[in-house]
Design a protein around this ligand. Structure first.
Ligand code: ADP
Length: 191
């Protein structure tokens, strides 16, 4: 089973992806985590990505599509995967469709976590405040957060109608409790 989790920063994609990993024995592919690993390893991609990420912008579509394409080919993805943070632009969504078709794969469910944007800002602000500075992501600052939310609205939100038009989109109430959101996702996945 292959899933896409959609939603703005702070919507709870990571939390739900972790749970889905265990429940269905599939792999979470977080492009944010993959990029942070690339930065930590000092690779070419990491070096280029660092300043973009810290400013709250998006890494180029080509780099991201290539990164996901290579990752999906690995053995641990055989049972399925959860895309978290990808696709983030309509161009990435289109490239993903083509890439998966070439591999003989498809997405089973596109799940949108619907959240109130006004509350998101407070959610992430408290996540920042609760995390010790040494463990904080370098892009978890209030200023970058504002940019990330604006980038989501402008560049990522258009993929919601893209998947709705394909008839692939299912939405859950991301403002509900973690267990309620999980239950809603399970219902979609079981259908
Ligand atoms: P968030 O918590 O804001 O959802 P992520 O951990 O998913 O953030 O990603 C952090 C940063 O990594 C993004 O702000 C962006 O710069 C970069 N990034 C992650 N995924 C993508 C992608 N699919 N396309 C372009 N840039 C990406």
């Amino acid at each position: 089973m292959n899933l896409i989790l959609l939603g703005p920063p702070g919507a709870g994609k990571g939390t739900q992806a972790k749970r889905l990993e265990e429940k269905f024995n599939i792999i979470q592919l977080s492009t944010g985590d993959m990029l942070r690993a690339a930065i930590a390893s000092g690779s070419d991609v990491g070096l280029k990505a660092k300043s973009i990420i810290d400013s709250g912008g998006l890494v180029s579509d080509d780099v991201m599509v290539q990164m996901i394409s290579e990752r999906v080919d690995q053995e641990d993805c055989k049972n399925g995967f959860i895309l978290d943070g990808f696709p983030r632009t309509v161009a990435q969504a289109e490239a993903l469709d083509i890439m998966l078709a070439e591999k003989g794969l498809k997405i089973d469910h596109v799940i949108e976590l619907k959240v109130d944007e006004n509350i998101l800002f407070d959610r992430i602000r408290s996540r920042i405040a609760e995390t010790p500075e040494a463990e904080r992501r370098s892009d978890d600052t209030e200023e970058t957060l504002r940019t990330r939310l604006a980038v989501f609205r402008e560049q990522t939100a258009p993929i919601i109608p893209y998947y709705a038009d394909l008839g692939a989109l299912k939405s859950v109430d991301g403002m509900a409790s973690i267990t309620e959101v999980s239950d809603q996702i399970d219902t979609i996945v079981a259908a």
